[in-house]
Design a protein around this ligand. Sequence first.
Ligand code: PEP
Length: 265
Amino acid sequence: MDKKLVVGNWKMNLLREEALELSGAIVSLLGEDYDACQVVLVPPYTVLDVVRRGISGSNIDLGAQNVFSRMSGAFTGEVSAPMLLDAGCSWAIVGHSERRHIIGETDEQIREKLLLSISCGLKVILCVGETEVQREEAIRESEDISTRKEMLFSPIKTQIKNALHDLDEERISEDIVIAYEPVWAIGTGKNATSSEIAEIHGYIRELLTEMFPRLGDSVKILYGGSVKTGNIKRIMSVDEVDGVLVGGESLSADSFFRIIKSVGV
Ligand code: PEP
């Protein structure tokens, strides 16, 4: 997985015809054999099959926005990793902030989902990030730079450690991507500055190499949070940014195409 990665999270949007049109438009703009970076489309469950058809013959991968932590059984309303693989997915997003903060998913549930997904053969995009309150508190309450950093990094450290502790190094490097998504920047139009992104991505890299000395360095770290055509070049120029997780802008074929082209140069 040495290519940069661009993930389009459609969230709870689009009906079947719209999904077919959008996925088809992205393939037409990129060309079927585009492979300068890895692109993943992550539509709602109800249109996975439609998007699978839309991207067939191209190098675009299909992903799911969530996955349950059991293989099968009496779990009404849930969808398992084997079902997602059967629907054509090779990726699943786990721990998106909208699931952590709106649905109330815990670190423990997120770890269970992640473990079962990779054991079934899905690659996982693990989302982590601090809230606005946590960031403001770190800035307000800290007396010196090292306390500020410790407070700022603390939620990220907890989320990553709780999800990944004791995992096999090979699995980490091959099957897991981390997406740093400051909660305050998701869907708000607010942007993290380059130095804010560099500070957290640098810390995540440090933490990964401390937890996984042999292969922690090879895990991809994406940035997400109001990524747009106007800021993609700046974001991609920051150290340790291996790609982006795009929400709103991935719903426009033209904008998403321009973002992809800026990443896959
Ligand atoms: C997201 O869905 O993870 C996301 C980052 O959304 P947006 O790009 O709209 O902020």
